[in-house]
Design a protein around this ligand. Structure first.
Ligand SMILES: CC(C)(COP(=O)(O)OP(=O)(O)OC[C@H]1O[C@@H](n2cnc3c(N)ncnc32)[C@H](O)[C@@H]1OP(=O)(O)O)[C@@H](O)C(=O)NCCC(=O)NCCS
Length: 172
C-alpha cells in the first residue's frame, strides 16, 4: 500500500536517510541525475540535507511515496525564482528505488506534483531528463517533448548522454 505525501521541512529532515538511499540506488543503477559513480550514501545524504533546508525555507516542494512507513520514491517541484517566470515550476529528481519500480509510483508522484502545482497557481511545468525510460513516463502523463540536446550530461559511469526537455501546460 503506497501513501503519497508532501513533506514539510521537519518531515524532510527525518526522511533524509531514506531519500538518500533511493538516490544512491538510482545513481548506482545508472540514472543520470547530476551525480557520478562511485556515489556514496554520505554524498546522497549531503544532497538531501540541502534539499530539506530548501524545503524548510519553502524554496522547494518535496513529495514522497511511502510504503510501510519508508520512502521508496520521490520527486521535487522547484518554483522558478525569476521575476518574469512566476507561473513556471520545474519537476526535478524523479526517483523511484529500483526494487519498487513498475507499480505506478512514478506516475502517482508526478500526478500529485501537478495537482499541487495547480493549487499554487503554476501554469507551466518543465523538466529535463536523460533520454530513456523516464521519457515514457513523462509522455504518459501528458508532457510534450520540446527537444533534445546531444551530449548534455554524462552517464554516472561515464560517456555522454543526451538530455530531453519536456513541458506541460497545466492552465486548464
Ligand atoms: C523513471 C522512473 C522514475 C519510473 O518510476 P516507476 O515508479 O517505475 O514509474 P511507473 O511505475 O509509473 O511507470 C513505469 C512503467 O511501469 C508500468 N507499470 C505501472 N504500473 C504497473 C503495474 N501495476 N504492473 C505492471 N507495470 C506497471 C508503466 O506502464 C510503465 O511502463 P513503460 O515504462 O513500459 O511505459 C524510475 O524508473 C527511476 O527512478 N529511474 C531512475 C531515475 C531516473 O531516471 N529519473 C528520471 C530523471 S529526470
Amino acid at each position: 500500500m503506497i501513501e503519497l505525501a508532501i513533506l514539510d521541512g521537519d518531515q524532510a529532515r527525518q526522511r533524509i536517510p531514506e531519500l538518500a538511499f533511493i538516490l544512491q540506488d538510482c545513481v548506482a543503477k545508472g540514472a543520470s541525475v547530476s551525480f557520478m559513480n562511485p556515489f556514496s550514501l554520505a554524498e546522497a545524504i549531503g544532497y538531501f540535507t540541502d534539499i530539506a533546508e530548501a524545503v524548510a525555507l519553502q524554496e522547494i516542494i518535496l513529495f514522497a511515496a511511502i510504503e510501510n512507513g519508508r520512502a521508496v520514491g520521490t520527486v521535487q517541484l522547484h518554483p522558478v525564482a525569476k521575476p518574469n517566470q512566476p507561473h513556471r515550476a520545474e519537476i526535478a529528481k524523479m526517483l523511484v528505488h529500483s526494487a519498487h519500480r513498475r507499480q505506478g509510483i512514478g506516475q502517482k508522484l508526478l500526478e500529485l506534483a501537478e495537482i499541487e502545482a495547480k493549487k499554487r497557481g503554476y501554469t507551466l511545468l518543465t523538466l529535463d531528463t536523460a533520454s530513456g525510460e523516464a521519457e515514457r513516463l513523462y509522455s504518459r502523463v501528458g508532457y510534450k517533448k520540446a527537444g533534445t540536446i546531444p551530449n548534455f550530461a554524462l552517464w554516472p559511469d561515464g560517456g555522454y548522454c543526451d538530455t530531453v526537455f519536456y513541458y506541460k501546460l497545466i492552465n486548464d
